[in-house]
Unconditional design. Structure first.
Length: 65
């Protein structure tokens, strides 16, 4: 991977930008879970990577079901 002089890791930045979209996508499949995660995100109770990982895991489970 190419080194950059950005003040924030581009991977973390990408995850941060994707989280609202993933929450919106989850809301069509599981409203209660999406609301819980939206509250956690808004209240900054969970860091970016664990939030992103949980969302992608929930969405992949929903697609399999």
């Amino acid at each position: 991977m190419q080194s950059t002089n950005l003040p924030i890791d581009p991977v973390i930045l990408h995850k941060k930008m994707e989280i609202p979209k993933l929450i919106a996508e989850l809301s069509y499949q599981d409203e209660k879970e999406a609301l819980r995660l939206m509250r956690e995100w808004g209240e900054k109770k969970k860091p970016i990577t664990p939030m992103y990982d949980e969302l992608t895991e929930l969405l992949s489970k929903e697609k399999v079901s």
